[in-house]
Design a protein around this ligand. Structure first.
Ligand SMILES: *[C@@H]1O[C@H](CO)[C@@H](O)[C@H](O)[C@H]1NC(C)=O
Ligand SMILES: *[C@@H]1O[C@H](CO)[C@@H](O)[C@H](O)[C@H]1NC(C)=O
Ligand SMILES: *[C@@H]1O[C@H](CO)[C@@H](O)[C@H](O)[C@H]1NC(C)=O
Ligand SMILES: *[C@@H]1O[C@H](CO)[C@@H](O)[C@H](O)[C@H]1NC(C)=O
Ligand SMILES: *[C@@H]1O[C@H](CO)[C@@H](O)[C@H](O)[C@H]1NC(C)=O
Length: 272
């Protein structure tokens, strides 16, 4: 009995020491229950004006693939924009903000009064598919669009630090590339690790088959590709996946370290 009391006292003491350390040195707090706050709904309504290839254009091309195609929308082109937002379709109507971010001049014409948001019943869906990223060959689905001055094409990595790729990769039901295609992923990845190869993914996974045809999920996440198993954050979606949240568990099925070609198994859990 006495021994037990002493052990309990010791445990309590250790707990205190641990929490003390966690508070001093840690970059996180102890997790605590989350209390839902009442959310608000606001609708915004405005027109977006974009001009290119004119004097003072609101959008400019900042990077293009090496192949010289004069088209402003060649696969792999990246543009920067600073587009005005107006109340009406006429470009001379009142400007209420800019598409860099719409923290705009207050004027109660382009937004509704905020109202309480009513939580809808959510669903959870698991998606399982394979991602085919092909850098090699005549018709690559991932192409280099920009790299830093000073980055030489490394003999050890097809994606050295600072390289940016645009992708349009097919998604299939099995690792076999000729198996049924259920959608595609479009977006960018940036090689962002100085010491260890890491990519940051800016992806939109669009589905073209079955119930989720026309819907998509948005992924914005670090992707530590040298780990065989890894996780990406799902930050939103379109269509049936509107306002989605979730995560994707990745497992490299095949990778060619010379060309960078890869097949990756995706197991996505989406709450929407
Ligand atoms: C472009 O911007 C410059 C500087 O603000 C201005 O002087 C010029 O008139 C503008 N040109 C056009 C076509 O709007
Ligand atoms: C790359 O940087 C070097 C040194 O700063 C410079 O001399 C060279 O012109 C740059 N090359 C390009 C393509 O910008
Ligand atoms: C991939 O699928 C195609 C068409 O269904 C088939 O002909 C081929 O044998 C498959 N390859 C492998 C490795 O299973
Ligand atoms: C997916 O949706 C598009 C556009 O609504 C439609 O044309 C296409 O037939 C649909 N495909 C399937 C497999 O349902
Ligand atoms: C996918 O992930 C879920 C949740 O983590 C897990 O329950 C399921 O077994 C996984 N499915 C596959 C095919 O890996």
């Amino acid at each position: 009995m006495k021994g037990r009391v002493i052990i309990l006292a010791l445990l309590a003491l250790m707990c205190c020491i641990n929490t003390g350390l966690a508070h001093k040195k840690s970059y996180y707090t102890k997790s605590r229950p989350y209390v839902h706050k009442q959310k608000q709904v606001t609708n915004l309504h405005f027109y977006y004006h974009e001009t290119s290839n004119v004097e003072n254009a609101t959008t400019v091309i900042v990077a293009k693939p090496a192949a010289n195609d004069p088209s402003p929308s060649q696969f792999g082109t990246i543009t920067a924009m600073d587009d005005p937002l107006t109340i009406g379709p006429d470009p001379s109507s009142e400007v209420i903000g800019k598409a860099q971010g719409i923290a705009a001049l207050a004027d109660d014409k382009y937004y509704t009064k905020s109202r309480p948001y009513v939580h809808k019943k959510k669903h959870i869906t698991n998606l399982h598919f394979y991602f085919h990223d092909t850098l090699s060959g005549k018709n690559p689905s991932a192409i280099l669009v920009a790299k830093s001055n000073g980055t030489t094409t490394s003999p050890t990595s097809p994606t050295p630090f600072g390289t940016v790729f645009a992708i349009d990769d097919p998604l299939t039901v099995s690792p076999n590339k000729s198996s049924e295609v259920i959608g595609n992923v479009q977006g960018l990845y940036v090689s962002s690790g100085q010491d260890v190869l890491t990519l940051v993914a800016y992806f939109d996974f669009g589905f073209t088959k079955g119930e989720f045809n026309g819907s998509s999920i948005s992924v914005f996440s670090r992707n530590p590709v040298t780990n065989k198993e890894r996780e990406l954050a799902v930050v939103g979606g379109r269509g049936k996946f509107r306002m989605a949240r979730g995560f994707a568990l990745l497992n490299t099925y095949f990778v060619d370290m010379k060309t960078g070609d890869a097949i990756v198994e995706y197991n996505v859990t989406v709450i929407h």
